[in-house]
Design a protein around this ligand. Structure first.
Ligand SMILES: NC(=O)C1=CN([C@@H]2O[C@H](COP(=O)(O)OP(=O)(O)OC[C@H]3O[C@@H](n4cnc5c(N)ncnc54)[C@H](OP(=O)(O)O)[C@@H]3O)[C@@H](O)[C@H]2O)C=CC1
Ligand SMILES: CCCCCCCCCCCCCCCC(=O)[C@@H](N)CO
Length: 299
């Protein structure tokens, strides 16, 4: 059934809200009249974010310096922030590297921040969200990635962390529906952010080639689409055309509240499996070519 989750006058709490997609979301939520709280590690970046939002929309946001890996610190921040209406679990780190070359510490770091960190944030926020029985529909939104819909070369750890969010979200939605809480999973492609700029410095060439199958986006555009998805309580929120194709091809047993979209899924799913196989065909050809070129340049 359709639902509308109000942003205006609601309390929007964004983890990883001091940079990139999270910061863009914070700007838009503030602009739409929400009360905004941000959580991230670096106080300096948080203060800069607070100042930039104050300048652009005149809104005073609350900031909380905490690491999502530290449950006690997250819980303290959430308690100080007060009951949350829209929880955006957006913090994330991405260090692409072939599994063979990547240190286990780095793998664990990605799983801890992206997946376990999301559990920490939700566990800390949920009790207070559930207490607000008198209130209208609320939202828990998780920032995944198209690498959370399809495994991509160089993203073993990152993709695992983002695929993990899908299972978490599907199960959680069944658990919180009776509390009028609606779960959204947002699936952006490569997005122009400080984190992405950093990632690009060390991204394996094949990761770049395969990820280029989906266009890249500006953080503001992703934030706009994310907020629209959150407002309508959409479970899977694609961000570009390739994202819409991916969403249908990987719909699986995800919930769908739009009868129109459900019909589109049923009608297109067979054809999109063909498109998906075509993409995989090309990716394996790219991988083969790349290895041949490497061999030639080594000899
Ligand atoms: N940019 C892209 O190409 C894409 C990004 N995404 C996803 O979108 C989300 C945001 O990415 P993006 O905006 O690019 O990233 P940025 O690196 O620009 O920002 C990341 C934010 O997360 C915070 N953060 C990182 N680690 C922690 C931690 N341990 N505890 C608390 N906060 C933390 C950072 O602040 P601080 O460092 O101070 O803690 C910062 O505010 C991520 O989940 C990412 O996986 C998905 C698809 C594409
Ligand atoms: C059925 C047809 C499907 C057709 C489209 C397939 C395209 C898939 C491309 C996947 C790109 C993954 C980018 C990850 C971005 C990201 O998360 C990093 N920048 C780190 O944050």
């Amino acid at each position: 059934r359709p639902v509308i989750i109000p942003i205006k006058d609601s309390h929007v709490f964004i983890t990883g809200g001091s940079s990139g997609i999270g910061l863009a979301l914070a700007h838009q939520a503030a602009f739409e009249g929400a009360r905004v709280s941000l959580l991230a590690r670096s106080l300096k970046k948080l203060e800069e974010a607070k100042e930039s939002i104050r300048i652009s929309s005149g809104v005073e946001v609350s900031i909380f310096a905490a690491d999502v890996r530290d449950f006690d610190a997250v819980q303290k921040a959430v308690k100080n922030a007060g009951p949350i209406d829209v929880l955006v679990v957006n913090q994330g780190i991405f260090v692409p590297q072939e599994l063979e070359k990547q240190e286990l510490d780095e793998i664990k770091f990605m799983i801890d921040v992206n997946l376990m960190g999301s559990f920490n944030v939700i566990k800390a926020a949920l009790p207070l969200m559930k207490e607000r029985k008198d209130r209208g529909p609320n939202s828990i939104a998780l920032m995944s990635s198209q690498a959370g819909q399809v495994g991509i070369y160089g993203y073993t750890a990152y993709s695992a962390s983002k695929f993990g969010l899908r299972g978490l979200a599907e199960a959680l939605q069944q658990e919180v529906i009776s509390d009028n809480i609606h779960v959204s999973l947002i699936y952006p492609p490569d997005t122009d952010t400080p984190g992405f700029e950093q990632e690009n410095k060390t991204r394996p060439e094949l990761t770049k080639i395969l990820a280029a199958s989906s266009g890249s986006m500006k953080a503001d555009k992703v934030a706009k689409i994310a907020l629209k998805g959150i407002r309508s309580g959409t479970f899977i929120v694609p961000c570009n055309l390739e994202g819409h194709a991916l969403a249908i091809a990987t719909a699986g047993l995800s919930p769908q509240r739009s009868f129109l979209m459900a019909s589109v899924e049923v009608l297109c799913i067979g054809f999109l499996r063909i498109v998906a196989l075509y993409f995989q065909w090309n990716w394996y050809k790219d991988i083969e070519k790349w290895h041949e070129m490497k061999k030639v340049s080594e000899n």
